[in-house]
Design a protein around this ligand. Structure first.
Ligand SMILES: C[S@@+](CC[C@H](N)C(=O)[O-])C[C@H]1O[C@@H](n2cnc3c(N)ncnc32)[C@H](O)[C@@H]1O
Length: 632
């Protein structure tokens, strides 16, 4: 008997070869012949979740991106480590499910992080095409509703945030946030998830204003609102110069209905409350018999795009005529710009199917006084509202083609296979300003920076002994967003706090690290930055071409560099034996940094007075680094 051939292993080898060739900028013809001879374009490696399309996006090779898409590359690879199981919800209120995380960037996200519109649009358009096709197939029964390639159809879990049934039977809590704004929560797995938050008011205001301004007739309006929540939009409808003659609200949740009753909504003139889900009424005389509506607005919770699309199908029966306006709160993939973009377009196309014309407009609805909690953070992106000819769609999150400020380097000297601290600094500084510090392991610890030499939100070097005591059972502690992370081996890390509120500095006697200490870490950072700049310039001069260096090795450490096209640098120092960490640096940049720093409006990247530290970034970087094989 002949030997068994392991085809998956061969595919993996070819896939790796293909990715490597792309990253090495091999000639396009070589890459094409690799694909022609069987290298799988759908391949996604386990170590980094990288696909050929990711690699082409990293190297900004548009021609290759087009070629790979033409050959069947998966546009949303990375959405969940190869098998897509994200749910696109039909309303805003996704219950905090992130569609991607730091290891789950799609190739489109990478293009976006480079501000590469050409590549981004090629991938996005492929996304629209593929998702439309999958929608069509599923609606004709040609595809199982939980196909692993389709973004929209699969429920990720059955918590109250993603299952309508569970949501409707869970307890809701109405309260005020710390800025005094109304907020409505449910608890999912012990975490409070905002169903509706007062800071979304500007989005609702923009919606009502745009609808109202575009109505040819404003008297005797008939308005239908699906999903009361905090009643923000209903209050705004009621506050119009000519309030609706008829105002129908569909709401199924018993706690919301109780809240409505407590606030006398059942008594308001012209208001009719239909207690139940829209699905219960949409074909019933009770609703249809009320006559066509001039305005229909939908903002539910825990429903997905399939539900929303079903609702679209009923619009011709609900709207009063060509002058009528329809709008919905668009949270389609709102935590990821690519999915958001793809699904905004898909909804537009599906609305066109039923004769609705779409117009979009923008609204910046960033919270003025952001409350730092998980829910708020995941939605605290720049908001966008989109106006329709026959309605208005409001969308959280916006495409980010603005400049991206990134500059990072690591400092310190390695021991074992462990990686040393990371520092980030704004690119404009001619001297080194440390805006982030993270250390995993080292024998020769840096000393604390001189007073006044580091920015708020940048870590202080503290005693490993003190840390070790605190975190004895835990090798990595992120107990609070503004907390101290400790590594099992010592040192530092973070405080995102105002120094005045931070823990008091350790006394000299408490600082055993000084005996074996290296330079103060701010000095060390400057030194590394200087070395990198000099080497970079030297390489450029010597090569006489547009060449850059990506690493160098001494007998005691190895320095890895990733420089983005926009000129920012990511640097790590490791043990000299470590293999290339270029991909890891790229991942830190395209993953945690873009996700939690660049796209986080709470981080002021231009600031020379404040660091960029934040819980999500730190946790993601730590998890990414600790997951590396060299860390094992
Ligand atoms: C995000 S809130 C709406 C917020 C509202 N737009 C406002 O301005 O305050 C979602 C509401 O939709 C309701 N809801 C959930 N599923 C629904 C369904 N199938 N039909 C009608 N309402 C639903 C929820 O109970 C909740 O009150």
């Amino acid at each position: 008997m002949g030997e068994t051939v392991d085809t998956s292993e061969i595919a993996a080898q070819l896939g790796e070869q293909l990715i490597e060739a792309i990253l090495q900028n091999a000639p396009t013809t070589d890459i094409q012949s690799l694909v022609e001879t069987g290298a799988p374009v759908w391949y996604q490696n386990e170590a980094e979740g990288m696909s050929p399309l990711h690699a082409a996006a990293y190297t900004r090779n548009f021609e290759l991106v087009q070629f790979l898409i033409g050959k069947g590359a998966v546009w949303n690879a990375g959405a969940s480590n190869g098998s897509v199981n994200a749910t696109i919800t039909g309303s805003t209120h996704t219950g905090g499910h992130d569609l991607v995380d730091y290891l789950q960037n799609t190739a489109g996200d990478i293009a976006l992080s480079y501000n590469d519109e050409e590549i981004y649009y090629a991938i996005r358009n492929e996304g629209i095409r593929a998702e439309l096709l999958l929608n069509l197939l599923s609606s004709r029964g040609g595809l199982a509703p939980n196909s692993s390639t389709n973004l929209i159809l699969q429920e990720t879990d059955a918590t109250a945030a993603s299952s309508s049934e569970n949501f409707l039977s869970s307890k809701l809590r109405y309260t005020k946030d710390e800025t005094g704004q109304d907020i409505c929560f449910i608890s999912v797995d012990g975490e409070d998830i905002g169903v509706m938050m007062g800071w979304e008011t500007p989005i609702m205001m923009e919606t009502v204003q745009s609808i109202y301004d575009s109505l040819p007739e404003r008297d005797n309006l008939k308005v239908l609102n699906v999903g009361f929540g905090l009643g923000i939009i209903d209050r705004l409808f009621q506050a119009l110069p000519s309030p609706p003659a008829q105002h129908v609200i569909i709401e199924p949740h018993p706690d919301v209905i109780r809240y409505m009753r407590e606030n006398s909504w059942h008594m308001k003139p012209g208001v009719k409350i239909l207690e139940g889900k829209w699905q219960d009424f949409v074909e019933k005389e009770e609703l249809i018999g009320l006559g066509g509506f001039d305005v229909v607005y939908v903002d539910t919770f825990s429903e997905n795009y399939q539900d929303l699309r079903q609702f679209f199908g009923h619009l011709p029966n609900l709207l009063s005529g060509p002058h009528a306006r329809f709008s919905f709160f668009n949270g389609l993939g709102a935590t990821n710009p690519l999915f958001y973009d793809v699904y905004s377009h898909i909804s537009e196309l599906h609305l066109a199917d039923i004769g609705l014309d779409v117009q979009w407009s923008n609204v910046d609805a960033r919270p003025q006084n952001p409350v730092i909690n998980h829910t708020m953070k995941s939605f605290a992106t720049k908001f966008q509202s989109r106006t329709l000819n026959l309605g208005l769609i409001v969308c959280p999150s916006t495409l980010h083609f603005g400049p991206i400020f990134i500059n990072s380097y690591t400092s310190g000297f390695a021991h074992n296979d462990h990686i040393q601290p990371l520092h980030f600094r704004p690119p404009e500084c001619s001297h080194c300003t440390c805006v982030y510090y993270h250390d995993w392991h080292r024998t020769k610890r840096p000393r604390p920076a001189a007073e006044g030499n580091i920015l708020p939100a940048v870590s202080q070097v503290v005693s490993p002994a003190a840390i070790a005591e605190k975190a004895s059972a835990n090798t990595s502690t992120f107990s609070s967003p503004r907390n101290t992370l400790s590594s099992s081996t010592g040192i530092v890390v973070a405080s995102n706090e105002n120094p005045a509120r931070s823990a008091p500095p350790l006394s000299v006697a408490q600082q055993p690290s000084t005996i074996n200490a290296g330079l103060p870490f701010d000095e060390e950072a400057k030194l590394v930055y200087g070395v990198v700049l000099s080497l970079r310039n030297m390489v450029k001069k010597l090569s006489g071409r547009d060449e850059s260096f990506t690493s160098y090795r001494t007998s005691t450490y190895k320095l890895h560099l990733h420089e983005t096209v926009s000129g920012y640098k990511f640097i790590m120092l490791t043990d000299p034996k470590t293999d290339s960490l270029r991909f890891v640096l790229r991942q830190i940049y395209a993953g945690p940094f873009v996700e939690y720093v660049v796209r986080n409006p709470l981080v002021n990247m231009d600031s020379k007075e404040y660091g960029i530290d934040n819980e999500y970034f730190r946790t993601s970087v730590d998890r990414l680094v600790r997951g590396l094989s060299i860390f094992a």
